[in-house]
Design a protein around this ligand. Structure first.
Ligand code: 5AD
Ligand code: SF4
Length: 470
């Protein structure tokens, strides 16, 4: 079967889609080159905000309308449960985040049922016509009924987490599944389940295998990744903090040049973690540390378990270690009851923290969360205004922060040609900053994945421009 996967949401979803792709390829299915070319389309959904969910559901609806075999996976499936088939009549299968390892089996069973059914003629309503083996025109939905398979379970299929597609020099590795933080606004614990740390041995073996296949940069993923090894035993010595210990183990793997991880909570920024950054140059000096708000009142209402001062203290410790330590964040504007004063505190915290980049989200009540019981009392217009204000602040601050790097030499991993200008290379430095530079005469893609030294010549808010240092 020719398949295509469309992914919405965070890196966790990107990683899950990649694992599904690898498993489908291993099962003998083929990746379609376009939607038209696909027999089956799988939408990996997000539900963190209502709009995110609507986008994924909308796309799945389009696929059903275009008569593709359509599957929905990911966070929205777990939230909707059985209702997913009311929202999407005609959907063939729906699989929750932790059950994605079942998808290859489902797709294969659909393939065999499809080959026994005639193509759907318009106007025909019912039934598979038995044993006919007519092959349908390419890209045509060829059954009369949706199969309505629903898998909401939490049982990981052995090996599914470790499935990777061959070829790249960068890879995501999920180390911690689920989340137990229970922030008042967040639906993730409901849809991705309790925290579960994968056994360290399995993670190390996976990264060693990736390194043997040419992977140089790994990004360790977890909703609150610094909590790795805290809720369940991951097989590491009890004397050490598990996540810093895991980082040291990975830093010892030959071939791995860069280690990134995301996302973090300030409580996890411990002395042991700071020491890892001092000792292991492979561990990138970038931390994505979502703050959500700069107001103590709102932080308490959100159940974030830190104060503004504690958060800023964590950032100071990172910048004491290295003034160019890149810190990025997520912020929610318009949380219930957020006053103008609360918002101004968020603004000032962002300035004090000197974020290198930030992602701003307008509050969206999610069914079943604690904050959904509160009145969503900041108007849409006001949320938008606050959003725009923070984005404008970030442009100014990003430019200021990046300008400090002009004249310095940064080590950059070449990731490909620049989207805007094919004559230029694009890559990222250890701080996750995008850097572009001119290709040398006669060069054609030979250095993909190579670490190069770039002298920074020009700074913009979101990008640095430089030249290869000789
Ligand atoms: N409304 C708006 N933004 C949210 N986020 C999580 N839940 C919500 C919500 N209900 C944001 C947080 C989180 C990011 C992934 O999405 O900022 O860090
Ligand atoms: Fe969306 Fe959260 Fe699920 Fe990621 S974990 S896909 S952000 S709902």
């Amino acid at each position: 079967m020719k398949f295509l996967i469309h992914t919405y949401g965070c890196q966790m979803n990107v990683r899950d889609s990649e694992a599904v792709e690898a498993m489908l390829l291993a099962a003998g299915h083929e990746k379609a080159v376009s939607e038209d070319d696909a027999d089956a389309v799988i939408i990996n959904s997000c539900t963190v905000r209502q709009k995110a969910e609507e986008k994924a559901i909308g796309k799945a609806g389009n696929m059903i309308a275009s008569r593709k075999i359509t599957g929905l996976m990911g966070c929205a499936v777990k939230r909707l449960g059985e209702d997913v088939f009311k929202r999407l009549p005609g959907l063939d299968f729906a699989v929750a985040p932790r059950a994605f390892g079942l998808i290859p089996k489902i797709v294969s069973s659909l393939e065999s049922s499809v080959s026994r059914c005639a193509p759907r003629a318009s106007g025909q309503e019912h039934g598979c016509s038995g044993e006919e083996t007519l092959s349908p025109p390419p890209g045509t939905r060829n059954r009369r009924h949706a199969t309505r398979i629903l898998e909401l379970g939490d049982d990981l299929v052995p090996g599914s987490m470790a499935a990777h597609c061959a070829g790249g020099f960068q890879a995501f590795v999920t180390v911690l599944l689920g989340c137990d933080n229970r922030c008042s606004y967040c639906i993730v614990p409901d849809v991705r389940g309790h925290e579960y740390s994968r056994p360290a041995k399995e993670i190390i073996a996976e990264i060693e295998a990736l390194a043997r296949h040419g992977v140089k940069e790994v990004t360790l993923l977890g909703q609150s990744v610094l909590r790795y090894g805290i809720r369940n035993d991951c097989g590491l010595p009890k004397t050490a903090e598990p996540f810093p210990f895991l980082l040291r183990q990975i830093a010892g793997i030959d071939g791995i040049e860069r280690i990134r991880f995301t996302s973090a909570h300030p409580k996890g920024v411990t002395d042991e973690l700071l020491q890892v950054w001092r000792d292991c140059p492979k561990v990138c000096r970038h931390l994505h540390l979502p703050v959500q708000s700069g107001s103590d009142r709102i932080l308490a209402a959100m159940g974030r378990r830190y104060t503004r001062a504690e958060y800023l203290e964590s950032v100071s410790r990172l910048r004491e270690l290295d003034p160019e330590f890149a810190v990025t964040t997520d912020v929610i504007v318009g949380y219930p009851g957020e006053t103008h004063d609360d918002f101004e505190q968020t603004r000032s915290l962002m300035q004090e923290a000197g974020f290198d980049n930030s992602f701003v989200f307008k509050y969206s009540p999610r069914p079943g969360t604690r904050s959904a019981l509160l009145p969503d009392d900041v108007t849409t217009e006001e949320k938008e205004r606050r959003n725009q204000t923070l984005l404008a602040d970030q442009e100014t601050r990003g430019l200021e922060r990046n300008s400090r790097l002009v004249g310095t030499i940064r080590e950059v991993l070449a990731e490909g040609t620049s989207k805007r200008n094919p004559e230029r290379w694009s890559g990222r430095d250890g701080g996750n900053r995008i850097v572009v530079w001119d290709r040398r005469q006669g060069e054609r893609g030979a250095r993909l994945g190579e670490a190069v030294k770039i002298r920074i010549a020009q700074a913009h808010a979101q990008i640095l421009i430089g030249e290869a240092a000789r």
